[in-house]
Ligand binder design. Structure first.
Ligand SMILES: *Cc1c(COP(=O)(O)O)cnc(C)c1O
Length: 363
């Protein structure tokens, strides 16, 4: 079974650690002598509660989440957070600052305009989001209810390397494509969220980490399932949670711990990214359009500048078991998503193929 595994560079759903998949397979039909699959367990059962609370506990340890933050396991994807954030955080001025670093940020800002006033502080759309704009802190709205950034821009291959200091204004960030890939100081944020299918597990669960003092201010007309308070008060068990996806996320957290935690994975992720960016920067054929300072550790975007050649490269890669290297449908070119589960051997195999391709296509 395992020898047929390939290196999957998909942006999401994406590669998961093999030991996690193998453990899930071993436990698939009979979880801990219950005679049932995790998928068949009541979400009110002791066995499932143990899965949920252990996942929460492990994540709290991995990210150093203090006790005045709640960890919630929700549904609706990262995209539902584009609505839940404004629905819950607009409470005084009903204004928020957004920085537009890609289409996910744009969608989030667009959605927020339905509920309040959105102030776009900066955008890098004029150069196809190839950099993270610097914004003068004097431009931040002092009375904003929150300040929003997308930490890692999955489609364009950029990331924040230093986060805005927003003072008393809660900083909100979409961490979907960088969750647990590098150390972050959670106390700098009011709310962070991530869809699981990039770095944590299967699609279906969205993790929200929110500071206590931001919970409980949704307007009375807010649907009960879209109020963070509903989920915080009920330990993510107000209604049936995405049980199996939470179980898989929990196995991934245990795997991250076994790797030495987030700091250890960050080192590996930096080594993987350096290997690939170096190969691109040294190449006579490939180039990376992203500003050096802002390059993502997780999503590496590169092009030859010739669409036909790009397609040939992607097809040849697939034949070698290096799959899903096509760039996002809106930008083209190549994108290698090298999340936590991608081993350095996978990146090395890609670099080797790039060198071979270069040789065969030297001008
Ligand atoms: C994938 C992605 C999303 C969308 O996630 P869904 O779970 O499909 O809603 C949002 N933001 C970022 C940064 C992403 O990478």
């Amino acid at each position: 079974m395992t020898e047929k595994r390939i290196y999957n560079f998909s942006a999401g759903p994406s590669m998961m650690p093999l030991p996690v998949l193998e453990q899930a397979a071993a436990e698939m039909t009979n979880y801990r002598n219950s005679g049932m699959s995790v998928m068949e367990l009541s979400h009110r059962s002791k066995l499932f509660e143990e899965i949920l609370f252990k996942a929460e506990d492990d994540l709290r340890t991995l990210m150093n989440v203090p006790n005045n933050y709640k960890i919630l396991f929700l549904q609706g994807g990262a995209s539902l957070q584009f609505s839940m954030v404004p629905l819950n955080l607009f409470r005084a001025s009903r204004k928020a600052d957004y920085i537009i670093t890609g289409s996910w940020a744009k969608k989030a800002a667009q959605e927020a305009t339905r509920f309040g006033e959105v102030n776009i502080l900066a955008s890098s759309e004029d150069s196809v989001f190839t950099y993270i704009p610097d914004v003068d802190p004097a431009k931040y709205s002092k009375d904003a209810d929150y300040f929003y950034i997308t930490y890692n821009n999955t489609i364009y291959g950029t990331r924040y390397t230093s986060i805005p200091n927003t003072g008393y204004v809660p900083l909100v960030s979409d961490l979907s494509s960088m969750f647990l890939s590098e150390e972050i100081d959670i106390t700098k944020f009011g709310v962070v969220f991530a869809g699981a299918q990039k770095n944590v597990g299967p699609a279906g669960v969205t993790i929200v980490i929110i500071r206590d003092d931001l919970i409980g201010f949704a307007a009375p007309s807010t649907p009960v399932l879209l109020d963070y308070k509903t989920h915080a008060d009920n330990d993510s068990l107000y209604n049936t949670p995405p049980c199996f996806a939470i179980y898989m996320a929990g196995l991934t957290f245990q795997w991250v711990k076994q790797q030495g935690g987030v700091a250890a994975l960050q080192k590996i992720n930096e080594a993987k990214a350096n290997l690939l960016y170096q190969a691109i920067d040294d190449s006579p054929l490939f180039r990376c359009p992203v500003a050096k300072r802002d390059r993502s550790l997780m999503n590496v975007v590169f092009v030859t500048g010739d669409d036909v050649l790009d397609k040939e490269f992607i097809a040849g890669a697939k034949e070698r078991g290096l799959s899903n290297l096509g760039g996002h449908r809106t930008v083209g070119g190549m994108r290698a998503s090298i999340y936590n589960a991608m081993p350095v051997e996978g990146v090395q195999a890609l670099v080797d193929y790039m060198k071979e391709f270069e040789k065969n296509h030297s001008k």
